[in-house]
Structure formats: C-alpha cells, structure tokens
Design a protein around this ligand. Structure first.
Ligand SMILES: [Zn+2]
Length: 416
C-alpha cells in the first residue's frame, strides 16, 4: 500500500541557506516530512492531494528565537499572582496567533514549561513547536529576581510557570539550578547576564554573575548537551558571557566593535529583539512603567539597529527574535520592518529560518525546504527576497501555513 502524499505544485521555493529563490518546483510531502523538492514534472497518484501554489513563493515556516508565550500580560512581575491554570488558558490564543502569523517553531526564553510543550505536541493547543528554557537563572537582585525591594522571602515559583527567575548564587546553587531546568525538560538554559529594562533596581549597563558562575552554568548546560542563552546589553556583559561559553546573546543593544569581535571569536549568535522596544516605547508610559524603567528603555531602544549593523560587519550571525509581552504579541511582524535599515529582506528571512534553525541545533529539520525536513512551509504573496510586504499583514500576505505536513490555514485560498 502506498502512502498518500501531498504535492505542492508550481512553487518557487526560498533557499534559506543561500537567501534566494529556486526554480519553479514541486514539493512532495509524505506524512510530516518533505521527501522531494524538484523542478522536474511529477505526477501525483490517485490518492495524493495537490495544493497549487500558483507560481507563488514558498518559504520555510518562520522561527522566532526569543518569545515568552506565557507572558500573558505585560505586567510579568505580577504573573505569579494568577493560578497556573489561568495563565495556561491565556497562552492558547497567543500560541494560535503566532502559528497563524507563520511561526511554526519558537524558542521560549523563559516561562513555558514541559506541560505546555506537550500540550502543543499532542495537538491540545494549536501553536508553534516549542523549545523551552523553563525558569531563567538570575543572581540575587538580577533581572529575573522579581521580589520587591525590602522583601526577603522568595515568591513561590513552585508551579513551574512564569518568568519568575530561579534565584541562584555561587557555584553549587547555579549548578543545581541548571540541573533543575534540565530535569524539567529545558531545551536550552536562559540566564540573566546583565541589567534589564523591566526590572527596576538593576543598572542596565551592569554585569550579572561572576565569571566563575557563568563558566559553571555553561559547563552544566554542555554536560546535558545543551547551551546557554544570555540576556545582556552592555559590551562588558556580552564579552564576559561569550568568553565563559554562552552561545547566544539576547537583545545585545549596546554591542560595540570589541564585544562583536569577542562574539565572532567564540562563534556566538546575536538575537536582537527590536519589536519589544518599539512596542514599549509606544505604550510603556500608558502601561504605568516608572520613569526609571522608561529611561532605561530610551537608552537601549535606539541602539538596537546599530547593534545589528555592528554584528553584521563583524560577521556575527543574526537571529530573528521579538520578546513581546501580553497584548503586544500582536506586533510580532513589526520586527521585519524594524530591521530593514540594516538587513535586506532576504537576510531577515534567513535570520528567521536557516540561522534560527542553527541556534536550535535543528539544521536540516526546520527552517529549510529540503528532503528530510519537517514540512513546515508558507505560501506567500510577492517576493520575500525583494520586499517584506507579505509579512506586514500575514492574514493577507501569507496564503497558506503548513506545520509538519498539516495545513493550519488557507488550503482553499491557495487553490485545491
Ligand atoms: Zn525575553
């Protein structure tokens, strides 16, 4: 008995490794995987399904390498006041909307746990494939230490949810904290290696964690065959982190030539998240952010584009990320336009496909249209190597979203 196949015909595939379009092709899918991409004519059998792309461009499903799907409110520091069941229920529309915008895989930078990952895997929740970090590690008083000043006791983070950091100081504690995240299914370890915008008491250009602690964290992650992603803004915190073995720098807004050189030497990736600064710049004051927090935001927001330019000049791989919170998740596609001053449309799409897949150590599996890869693909309007217009309004610009061989939306609209 032959397996029913799915043929996507008259497709111009985006070659994510080279950043250009391939010839008019047929993409043959069996089950959840692509088995062939060929310009040669292929005859579907009587049991096979056909989707006619109509000569449109087909891209791999998008990957956002910095999200917080459990940041269901912008007020993440008070998230732990909500019961875990309610937080989980609120992630449902966030996950669905991301998938419908074309993100078939995302890397969660703190908050999502293995239960949510499993819910998506089983199809209980429709959403992007999740790579989770569980709880981010923070030093006492660091960016993810959510205790108000003067409060001694720990906020209970026993429910396993939320952006509440795992507070860990010193060799033994940081090692135990990494091992706990691994035990709870973390695909990567998230740490706070410098000050943050949304935390009221730590300076944005400060460093967090000692070199010995950073090295211990990286050693434990490596021992479990994974890696460390670090929140860092200042050149000093970036350089220290990558020298200690951190693999991806998150945000990185204050990057300079020397720290970019350190990143290059250590083969680190930069994951800028311009969308969240733009969103908070527009809405922070209305959302009740303090003057101190808004001043920190102001300081990093306008350096974000420059950081990408410096990284690009140095040859540091640049990855797509957004870092949005609460209702601002709706602004995820703005990241494309915000990067246009320093990246070409093709480069931005590579950041959200091939380069992001490298970060997830899933090359050949996602972010690419090649035999053996998961059939995550989008049929889009226009040419994404020349313009970002199709990403501005994905309901119109993306005709079809497929994840693991399953059409999520738009089969009718794209023909068939
Ligand atoms: Zn984040």
């Amino acid at each position: 008995m032959s397996v029913a196949r799915l043929f996507v015909t008259r497709a111009r595939p985006f070659d994510s490794a080279r950043g250009r379009l391939g010839p008019m092709s047929t993409i043959v899918i069996e089950g959840e995987r692509i088995v062939e991409v060929t310009p040669e004519p292929r005859e579907p059998g009587p049991d096979d399904r056909v989707i006619d792309a109509g000569g449109r461009v087909v891209t791999p499903g998008l990957i956002d390498a910095h999200v917080h799907v459990m940041a269901v409110t912008h007020d993440v520091w008070r998230l732990s006041a909500q019961p875990p069941s309610l937080i989980t229920a609120q992630t449902k529309p966030i996950l669905e909307a991301m998938l419908h915008r074309g993100f078939t895989t995302v890397r969660d930078a703190g908050g999502a746990d293995f239960g949510l990952q499993e819910a998506v895997r089983r199809g209980l929740f429709e959403g992007p494939r999740l790579y989770i970090a569980a709880h981010p590690l923070t030093q006492t008083g660091g960016h993810a230490d959510s205790r108000p000043q003067g409060v001694q006791e720990m906020v209970c983070s026993c429910a396993g949810l939320g952006l509440v950091g795992a507070i860990a100081d010193g060799d033994a504690e940081v090692r135990r904290a990494v091992r706990e995240q691994i035990r709870n299914g973390a695909n990567q370890i998230k740490i706070m290696a410098g000050g943050g915008v949304a935390s009221p008491t730590d300076p944005i250009d400060g460093t967090q964690y000692s070199l010995a602690e950073l090295a211990a964290i990286c050693e434990e992650a490596d021992a479990a065959n994974t890696y460390v992603m670090a929140h860092a803004y200042s050149p000093r915190s970036i350089s220290r982190a990558v020298r200690a073995g951190v693999r991806t720098i998150e945000h990185g807004n204050l990057l300079d030539e020397a720290s970019a050189e350190a990143m290059n030497e250590e083969s680190a990736f930069l994951v800028p998240t311009l969308a969240t600064y733009a969103a908070l710049g527009d809405e922070g004051a209305r959302l009740g952010w303090s003057a101190a927090m808004l001043a920190k935001l102001e300081r990093v927001q306008h350096r974000g584009v420059q950081a990408i330019a410096i990284a690009k000049a140095e040859g540091v791989p640049i990855v797509f990320g957004t870092d949005l919170l609460g209702h601002m998740h709706g602004r995820q596609m703005e990241e494309f336009a915000l990067r246009l001053p320093v990246q070409t449309p093709a480069e931005i799409l590579q950041s959200a496909t091939a380069v992001a897949a490298q970060v997830l150590r899933a090359e050949g599996q996602i972010g690419t249209l090649q035999p053996g890869a998961l059939a995550d693909l989008l049929i889009v309007e226009g040419d994404p190597t020349q313009s970002i217009d199709m990403w501005r309004d994905p309901a119109q610009g993306i005709r079809l979203v497929m994840q693991g061989g399953r059409v999520v939306r738009g089969a009718g609209a794209a023909g068939n």
